[in-house]
Write a protein that binds this ligand. Sequence first.
Ligand code: IMP
Length: 182
Amino acid sequence: MKVVTSNLGKYAEYKEILERAGIRLELIHMSYPEEQLESIEEVAEHSAYYLKGVVETDFFIDDSGLFIDSLGGFPGVYSSYVNKTIGNSGIIDLMKGKRDRRAEFRTCIAYYDVTLHLFTGKTRGSISEESKGKNGFGFDPIFVPDGLTATYAEMTLEEKDSISHRSKATVAFLEFLKKKAI
Ligand code: IMP
């Protein structure tokens, strides 16, 4: 199986989950255009259609985002830009004084074989009062999944993979691959 990404954190997570399921993962390390559309599904779909003209075999990509309830779903599809610009400290500042800190992480996997297949995973949680932990990437230090006290960045790769938005999308993807192989 091939994943196209420039994000080695995502690659490490997929490698762990897929190889546990007996699927060898190969990295196509490249970035690609990401249109600013209405949902992560639309963004993933658009990028996958671009890549099918570039990558010769079947492949998948991942588009993800952090959606904060009290900010009307922001940063959502703007997550990458927000992460690069104001970063985690900027989000913590935006959330200062807010009692409702609920948020959701979403991942959409777009798998292209002869046609396009989308798989979405969501994990509910909240935005921490401060940045905590050194593992993972992106918004991991500020996201605490529901029912836990640790941020994603305070977890091992295996712990994050057992509850994450990305692993839920991957479970749906694996179910599809199993059916496809029959
Ligand atoms: P992308 O557009 O899917 O690459 O992701 C949008 C932004 O969300 C990027 O800044 C990523 O670093 C961040 N991001 C995506 N997935 C995760 C995750 O699992 N944890 C923390 N940040 C993430």
